[in-house]
Design a protein around this ligand. Sequence first.
Ligand code: ADP
Ligand code: MG
Length: 140
Amino acid sequence: MIERTLSIVKPDAVTKNAIGAILETFENGGLTVVATKMVKLTKAQAEGFYAVHSERPFFPTLTDFMSEGPIVVSVLEGENAIARHRELLGATDPAEAEEGTVRKRFGTNIERNATHGSDAPDTAAFEIGYFFNALELHRR
Ligand code: ADP
Ligand code: MG
């Protein structure tokens, strides 16, 4: 099934100059970029994006991190894009991620883990809508 998913290059990976290498990994992994832009979130915008985690102990530091510098948000399209993207990202904790995955290559720790990927069709729809309007999503 052709799906769309939201991908974020987080502030740590932007600082590491890894935007190109990360998007290349997605393209080489069978996914197509149908929208992309660089934005800097306010703390409140980061809290809105991660509202589902608002009760977690790491919510305050996670939202500080996500608003500390620019991020690159993209919509990726392809066959089973949600699962495929998360496979390319690797485990949440870079220390546990498989060799060659994006988080293994560019992540620092479980919080500063280089990338975000939607985890299901309903969260993908919310997350894509959080950053992009219909005119910014391109058919391929
Ligand atoms: P994923 O991004 O793999 O879907 P989660 O949805 O569980 O992982 O968590 C969202 C984000 O919160 C993670 O990508 C990471 O940046 C951060 N995070 C997750 N677990 C922890 C933790 N135990 N301590 C600090 N930050 C965490
Ligand atoms: Mg998640």
